[in-house]
Design a protein around this ligand. Structure first.
Ligand SMILES: NC(=O)c1ccc[n+]([C@@H]2O[C@H](COP(=O)([O-])OP(=O)(O)OC[C@H]3O[C@@H](n4cnc5c(N)ncnc54)[C@H](OP(=O)(O)O)[C@@H]3O)[C@@H](O)[C@H]2O)c1
Length: 234
């Protein structure tokens, strides 16, 4: 997938990884970038079209669909990470609402445009989809679910010509990881690695040093082999 001349929608585009993805898409010559944000956004680049978009708000998703005529790439980036210990059901529900049902709702809504363009979906999940950090277990549950959703949609949408990618992002230096004293990748380098991987046609993307350290074993491991074996049933 080439970013040059393409039309892209990024959710959670106002800060962190979302903002870096918008800037990197512009650098690579995207024709138009729809920037989904909950609060009003200004960007001096004429190719950026701000869209009010809370991914848990069905009416706002519908409005966004009306505004986006054609779309080559949907990047489900918006996400919520709460510190919890799984004693609070509301924390789990909120995590699933944003991190699982958010991307789910966006994908279902934008499928007509993506099918018309033979486009792609990128779900920014997390390395925690493979193994939880038990400081944010509700988040990890929601990301594991979002990854599984990605794997099924990959099989289900292949026949329509829509590719579905997962990004198994590791620690990145954004508001989300503030206070964690661990090595972190810059959001700019992660955004670059995501688009490079799309260019190379990688379906599961490991865009930072920590996630890259498990990429090879994931790709050649039994879980990936099973995903491929079971995909043929569709
Ligand atoms: N940073 C990491 O280490 C890391 C690692 C793995 C995966 N990720 C994933 O990468 C994505 C981006 O994270 P980040 O690090 O850039 O985090 P961040 O700096 O905390 O930004 C989160 C973004 O998501 C938006 N958002 C939250 N809830 C939303 C909702 N209901 N509707 C629409 N937008 C919503 C926020 O908008 P507001 O400004 O309005 O709150 C913000 O733009 C997330 O999906 C995260 O899980 C991050």
């Amino acid at each position: 997938m080439k970013i040059a001349n393409s039309t892209i929608l990024v959710t959670g585009a106002n800060r962190g990884l979302g903002r870096a993805l918008v800037e990197e898409a512009l650098k690579r010559g995207a024709k138009r970038v729809y920037a989904g944000t909950r609060e009003p956004l200004t960007n001096s680049d004429r190719r950026v079209i701000p869209i009010t978009l809370d991914v848990t708000n069905a009416a706002q998703i519908e409005d966004a669909v009306e505004k986006v005529e054609s779309l080559d790439l949907l990047i489900n980036n918006a996400g919520l990470a709460l510190y919890d210990d799984l004693t609070d059901r509301a924390a789990l529900e909120r995590s699933l609402e944003v991190n699982l049902f958010g991307p789910y709702g966006m994908i279902q809504a934008f499928l007509p445009q993506l099918t018309r363009s033979g486009g792609a979906i990128v779900n920014n999940v997390s390395l925690m989809a493979l193994a939880p950090l038990p400081l944010t277990p509700a988040y990890a549950v929601s990301k594991a679910a979002a990854f599984n959703l990605t794997q099924s949609l990959r099989a289900l949408l292949a026949g329509r010509g829509v590719r579905v990618h997962a990004v198994l992002t590791g620690p990145t230096d954004t508001d989300m990881t503030r206070g964690f004293e661990i090595p972190k990748a810059s959001p700019e380098s992660v955004a670059q690695a995501i688009f490079d991987a799309l260019d190379n046609g990688e379906e599961d993307i490991f865009p930072d040093p920590m996630s890259a350290s498990v990429a090879e074993s994931w790709r050649s491991g039994p879980a990936k082999a099973l995903e491929r074996e079971q995909a043929v049933f569709v």
